[in-house]
Design a protein around this ligand. Structure first.
Ligand code: F6R
Length: 359
């Protein structure tokens, strides 16, 4: 039940620190080592390429996880929209392994690919929040997100759960391959830092109401920008804003500004910059200058290690591979308050269903 919350979405945003801790408790042992079914790890260990398939927000969670599988487990990873992968299947590696990300476990776009994967005889894993769902029944393996029922149409805690669980899986695979990067990646400590950092943002949720009023109050369009690890988060941040507040929002890679999008910036255009990735922070700062010079109304969300005095939102420091788990929370709250302040039904945006069971 909603309890004291006016909408499920706020409740579900607030549950995220608990979900992070629950995933650590469920999938890590007392020493912080991953506890993943040995058959699943053995199948993954054989793979020469991981194909992550999903739709919408779950697709965005896959984009974040690509770096984890490549850096922690040295497994080449391709992330695709399930629909497009089905229509235009790429030339597959010799030993592919398929990971389906789906909160509901019922998404038709993903299912049509899983049906083919089974016909081809390749191994598959479904990460889902719903035990017994179609995709989990049909895949070779299942890992449950344990996020608790997600009622709001806009996905929040399932997205962060998917990222955290993929981090655990990548760490587990890297450990079986005896990779130093995986061994050094203290996932239990990191998920603790993430949970605390999320809680700090949630405790300040009224600030985001104010920021939403100031930056997104009456606008009909908005941009999120980010580079490196911040790019996939900008896509998810824009989707959240679009789907519940009906603001036309676009997330894009900072470097792409100059390749076209900057022509849309005019006086008062809201631009929200996500800056956590220190390899590229200074480049994103340059983007901020460029759009400000053209009149954009810029809000910056930065991680403490790369933050400046002028940043409106500062995130706790966590391992860069996990920064999306924190940087998405301000975007969820900004979308929530923008929708709320415009008087919309936050949990049931127009034209949308929680599970999309037709292609
Ligand atoms: C957006 C949202 C959708 C879903 C998409 C896939 O907030 O919830 O974009 O992520 O429909 O759904 P699942 O994860 O159930 O396969």
């Amino acid at each position: 039940e909603k309890g004291p919350y006016p909408f499920y979405m706020l409740k579900e945003i607030n549950e995220q620190p608990t979900v992070m801790r629950r995933l650590a408790q469920t999938y890590l042992d007392e020493k912080g080592q991953p506890q993943i079914a040995p058959e699943l790890l053995a199948a993954l260990k054989q793979a020469d390429r991981l194909y992550i398939l999903a739709a919408g927000t779950s697709y965005h969670a896959g984009l974040v996880a690509k770096s984890m599988f490549e850096k922690l487990a040295q497994l080449p990873t391709e992330v695709s929209l399930a629909s497009e992968f089905g229509y235009n299947t790429p030339l597959l590696a010799k030993k592919p392994f398929f990971l389906f990300l789906s909160q509901s476990g019922e998404t038709a776009d993903s299912r049509q690919v899983l049906v083919k994967v089974k016909q081809w005889g390749y191994p598959s894993l479904t990460m889902t929040n719903v035990p017994g769902s179609t995709l989990s029944r049909e895949a070779t393996y299942t890992l449950l997100l344990k996020a608790g029922p997600e009622i709001a149409v806009a996905s929040t805690k399932a997205y962060t759960a998917q990222i955290a669980l993929q981090a655990i899986l990548a760490k587990a695979l890297g450990e079986t391959r005896q990779l130093v990067t995986a061994q050094k990646f203290d996932i239990r400590k990191q998920l603790g830092l993430v949970a605390n950092g999320m809680q700090t943002l949630i405790d300040e949720h009224h600030r985001f109401d104010q920021l939403a009023k100031t930056y997104l109050g009456t606008t009909s369009n908005a941009f999120y920008i980010g580079r490196g690890y911040d790019y996939p988060v900008s896509l998810e941040a824009a989707l959240k804003l679009k789907e519940i507040s009906y603001v036309q929002a676009e997330g894009f890679a900072g470097a792409e500004l100059k390749h076209g999008t900057i022509s849309l910036i005019e006086k008062g255009t809201p631009v929200i910059a996500i800056i956590t990735d220190k390899r590229v922070a200074s480049h994103t700062r340059s983007n901020v200058q460029e759009v400000r010079a053209r009149g954009a109304h810029v809000l910056t969300i930065a991680m403490h290690a790369v933050a400046q005095q002028s940043d409106q939102v500062v995130l706790a420091d966590v391992n860069p591979l996990l920064s999306a788990l924190l940087s998405v929370v301000p975007a969820q709250l900004l979308a929530y308050y923008t929708s709320l302040n415009r008087g919309y039904d936050v949990d049931k945006p127009r034209n949308l269903a929680k599970a999309v069971t037709v292609e």
